[in-house]
Design a protein around this ligand. Structure first.
Ligand SMILES: N[C@@H](CCC(=O)N[C@@H](CS)C(=O)NCC(=O)O)C(=O)O
Length: 355
C-alpha cells in the first residue's frame, strides 16, 4: 500500500484571535475535514513555549502552519516540511493551495472561491487593512490584558485572567528550571526568550494580583504600577478610535471589497469579534449593537458614520430582507458584522460564542 500523502498541520488554539483567521479560511475555501491536521496548542498551559513548538515557530505564536514542501509531495520520498509562522502568510497559503480545478488530494467537493483581491487597487486596500489590524496599536491580545478603565473593572479583569496568567508563568518557570537541571537543553537564545516572556507575564501578574486591594493599601511601587497600567489601558483603548474610523472608511460594504468576501475579511472578523467581546458584545448581537458597544467602550462620545442602508447592505450580501420598508442605517463595520455572522464559516468558528 502506498504511504499516505504528507499533510499540512495547523497548530492552533480555539479561542485565540488569530487562529480564527485560518479556521475561517479552511471553511470558506472548502477544505475537506481530512485535508489538514488540526493540532491544538494549549496557550493557557504555555504549551507554545515548549522546545518542540519553538522549533516550529521561535516566536511561540499560533497559528502556525506546517506544510510539506512541494518537491516532496511524492509519497515515496521522505517528506520535508516548512513552517509558515504568521497569520497573513498562512491565510494566503490556504487561499492559493485549493482551487476548484484541482480535485487531487481532496475529499471535499465544496467550491473553492478565490479570496484574493481581484485588482491591483483592491490588493493595495487589502494589504493596508491587514497591516493596520496587525499593527501594534491595534493588537487585540494587548487590549485584552489592558481591558480595564478603572479600579472596579481592573478587579473584574484580574479575577477572569489571573489563573491563566499564573499557569503561563509556572509553565515558563518549569521550562527554565528543567533547563537549569539539564533535563532539557536549549540554546541561550531560547533561555533569553523564556526569561523575556516570564518578565512580561510577571509585569501584568503583579498588577492583577494586587487588584483586590484599594489603592490606599498598596505600597508606593505597587500603586505606581497600577497607575501606569491604567494609563496604558487608557491610551491603548483610546487609540482604537482612529483605527476603527480608518477601517470603517476603507470598507466598501458589506465586505471590505464590496459584495465578495476576500482575505482581509478573515482578519477583520476575528479582530472585531474579540474587541466586541471585550466591550460586552455577544454572539446574539447584530452589527449595530456590536458597533454601538464598541463605540461606547472606546470613547462614549464617538460614533462611526451610519452611511449604509441596512436593506442595501443585506441585499449586497445576498441576505433576505428583514422588515420591508424600514430605512435603518448602519456603519460599514456593522454591515460587515451582519454579513459575516450569517456565513457557515463564522457559525462554525464561533459556535461557542465570541472569543
Ligand atoms: N503576528 C502574529 C501574531 C500571532 C499571535 O499573537 N498569536 C497569539 C494568539 S492570537 C499567540 O500565539 N500568543 C501566544 C503568546 O504570545 O504567548 C501573527 O500574525 O500570526
Amino acid at each position: 500500500m502506498a504511504a499516505p500523502l504528507p499533510k499540512a498541520a495547523l497548530y492552533y488554539y480555539p479561542s485565540s484571535i488569530w487562529s480564527s483567521a485560518p479556521l475561517l479560511a479552511l471553511e470558506e475555501k472548502g477544505y475537506g475535514q481530512d485535508e489538514i491536521d488540526l493540532k491544538l496548542v494549549d496557550l493557557s498551559k504555555g504549551e507554545n513555549y515548549s522546545p518542540t513548538f519553538l522549533r516550529l515557530n521561535p516566536k511561540a505564536t499560533v497559528p502556525t502552519l506546517v506544510v510539506p514542501l512541494h518537491t516532496t509531495l511524492s509519497p515515496e520520498i521522505e517528506s520535508r516540511y516548512k513552517a509558515i509562522q504568521d497569520t497573513k502568510s498562512i491565510v494566503e497559503f490556504l487561499d492559493k493551495s485549493r482551487s476548484t480545478q484541482s480535485r487531487t488530494h481532496t475529499t471535499s467537493s465544496a467550491p473553492s472561491p478565490s479570496l484574493s483581491p481581484a485588482t491591483i487597487g483592491f490588493s493595495a486596500v487589502s494589504e493596508k487593512v491587514i497591516a493596520l489590524l496587525h499593527s501594534l496599536g491595534a493588537d487585540p491580545n494587548a487590549l485584552t490584558y489592558l481591558n480595564a478603565r478603572d479600579e472596579a473593572s481592573l478587579r473584574e479583569l484580574a479575577s477572569a485572567r489571573l489563573a491563566p496568567l499564573v499557569a503561563r508563568r509556572d509553565a515558563i518557570n518549569q521550562l527554565l528550571s528543567d533547563n537549569e537541571s539539564a533535563k532539557i537543553r536549549v540554546s541561550e537564545k531560547t533561555r533569553n526568550f523564556w526569561q523575556m516572556k516570564k518578565a512580561a507575564t510577571e509585569n501584568i501578574l503583579d498588577v492583577y494580583a494586587a487588584a483586590d486591594k484599594p489603592a490606599s493599601e498598596l505600597d508606593e511601587g505597587a500603586r505606581a504600577k497600577r497607575e501606569a497600567f491604567l494609563q496604558e489601558a487608557k491610551t491603548g483603548w483610546g487609540g482604537l478610535r482612529e483605527i476603527l474610523e480608518q477601517l470603517n472608511q476603507e470598507i466598501i460594504g458589506p465586505y471590505l471589497l464590496g459584495d465578495q468576501l476576500s482575505i482581509a475579511d478573515l482578519h477583520l472578523t476575528p479582530w472585531l469579534a474579540r474587541l466586541a467581546q471585550l466591550s460586552g458584545g455577544t454572539i446574539a448581537d447584530d452589527g449595530n449593537t456590536i458597533v454601538g458597544k464598541l463605540e461606547a467602550r472606546v470613547d462614549g462620545g464617538f460614533s462611526l458614520p451610519k452611511d449604509l442602508s441596512v436593506a442595501e447592505a443585506r441585499r449586497r450580501a445576498g441576505l433576505p430582507e428583514l422588515e420591508p420598508g424600514t430605512n435603518e442605517r448602519q456603519s460599514r463595520l456593522a454591515a460587515l458584522w451582519d454579513a459575516m455572522k450569517e456565513r457557515a464559516s463564522f457559525k462554525k468558528v464561533y459556535e461557542d460564542g465570541l472569543h
